[in-house]
Each structure stands twice: as C-alpha cells, then as structure tokens.
Design a protein around this ligand. Structure first.
Ligand code: CA
Ligand code: CA
Ligand code: CA
Ligand code: CA
Length: 267
C-alpha cells in the first residue's frame, strides 16, 4: 500500500470504472460456439461439451460467473485438434489465466483460484497460435480451494508462481513490500517486483482529483481518503471493479491540504 498526498478542490462524484463488454468481439462466422462474449455458451460444470475449431481464427467462447473461495479446473482435450490454448478472460477481455496444450500431452488443464468477489468471466478455446483446426471437448469443474500446507496460499497459486509450496503468506519473495498473501488477494505476481498494487498517480489538473492505481481483473477495490493525513481516519469513498491493468476514481469531495489517498482490496 502506497499513499500520495494531493491538493486541489471540487465537488461531485462518479465512478470511473470501465465496464461492459468490449466491442469488436462480434461473431466472425457462424459455428458451434460464439466467437465472443455475446452468445457465449454457458459452461457446463460437471459435464463435458464438444467443440470444434473450424478455421484458424476461430475462438469458441464459454461463460460463467467466477466466485470467491473457489478453485476452478478447466480441461480442454483435443480429439482431432493437434494443439489448443485455453484462456480465462474478464468481461472486458483482459486475460486472467491461460494454458496451452502441446502435441503429445493428453489435455490442457487450466487451474484458477478466485479469492473473493463474484464476477462474470469468459473462457475461450482456440487453436494454438491460430495454427490448428479440429475437434475438442471441454470440461468445467469447481470446488473448494486446496491448501495442503495450510498456509492460506492456494497450492495451485503457489505452484504457478513458485513451483514449490515452500513460501509462506508473510514472506515477500520479490521484495516489492507486498507479502505473498497480499499479492494473492490483489491478483499481482508474487515473483515480480514490478507487479504490485500501488497508487500510480493523483491528478489534480482536472475538476476533481483523480486517483489512478495498478488494478487486476476480477478484483474489487475500496478507494479511501484521509483529510488530515497522517493523523486522521481513512474513509472509503467508493468501490471500483478492476477490469484491466489500471483503474481510476474521481474524489467527489475535492481536495484539502494534507488530503491523502489509498486503495485496498475489497473483501
Ligand atoms: Ca468453433
Ligand atoms: Ca498452500
Ligand atoms: Ca511481494
Ligand atoms: Ca509482486
């Protein structure tokens, strides 16, 4: 958590969070599953759905609502398709996780863990590097988060970033002043010092002070202010859903000397 003081003044409020479905994802051609979020096939949890990449640029979209405290396993098994890639995307198209299958492997198995919240999301299946066509099946499974070493870090997440369960929640493997657990909750990379939750700018040039921070898709943020920093209380001004790598909030109260801002992950 970093804080930046600012100065200026105004009134009025609005949430500047981007939202909605990205345009330009219209269906490219009629096939078994839509090529974008509109008309995406609802994920069949516990079952198996057949699909086909009919041409190189085909994307087959599936939709579901990702829920906090849940571990997801998405298994895409090629039948006649040589190589494929599976991606989890937020509702504006930002990639959240992906797994590629290569020739010789039985399937692409994508595991994803969501700490909190509830968000619409999409999965798209495509030929690897848009260079393969053929049939596949896809299975969606969900369950409790697996944490065999009982350190509050999901094993899937630990393996993904560290290839080991040896790191604990209070450690700071990349030295960016966010603990491993904070990075899990924030959706940042615990093995990269340049990936962290930080207020990147407070812009006081416009009618309202605007706070900008490094956000992650499928996370919600409380934007807080403190008018008598460093002694006063922090007050939540609003809650913003992160979609892409950056989010903004305009301070409705304007500014005052010693007014400071911070951003935290909403539970
Ligand atoms: Ca298709
Ligand atoms: Ca663990
Ligand atoms: Ca860290
Ligand atoms: Ca980091």
């Amino acid at each position: 958590m970093r804080m930046l003081p600012q100065m200026s003044a105004t009134i009025l409020a609005f949430l500047a969070a981007a939202s909605g479905i990205q345009t330009g994802w219209a269906d490219q051609f009629a096939d078994d599953h839509a090529d974008g979020p509109v008309g995406a096939t609802p994920a069949n949890f516990g079952g198996s759905t057949a699909g086909s990449v009919e041409i190189f640029i085909d994307r087959d979209f599936f939709s579901f609502t990702v829920q906090g405290g849940t571990q997801y396993t998405i298994t895409a098994t090629p039948t006649t398709l040589d190589d494929l890639t599976v991606l989890v995307r937020s509702s504006d198209g930002e990639g959240v996780a992906q797994e590629a299958h290569s020739v010789g492997a039985a399937a692409a198995v994508l595991e994803y863990v969501q700490p909190s919240g509830s968000f619409p999301c999409f999965v798209d299946v495509r030929g690897f590097a848009d260079f393969a066509i053929g049939a596949y099946t896809i299975q969606f499974q969900q369950g409790a988060i697996v944490d065999t070493d009982l350190d509050d870090l999901p094993d899937v997440w630990e393996q993904q970033f560290f290839n080991t369960l040896a790191n604990g929640p209070g450690g700071d493997a990349d030295g960016d002043e966010m603990t491993n657990e904070e990075e899990y909750l924030a959706g940042t990379n615990p093995a990269s010092a340049s990936s962290l939750l930080v207020v990147t700018e407070v812009d006081v040039a416009g009618p309202l002070p605007q706070v900008t921070w490094s956000s992650s898709p499928l996370r919600r943020y409380h934007v807080q202010s403190n008018s008598t920093f460093p002694t006063g209380n922090w007050v939540t001004m609003g809650t913003v859903t992160g979609f892409s790598v950056s989010a903004t909030f305009d301070d409705p109260a304007g500014s005052a000397p010693n007014r400071a801002y911070r951003v935290e992950i909403a539970p």
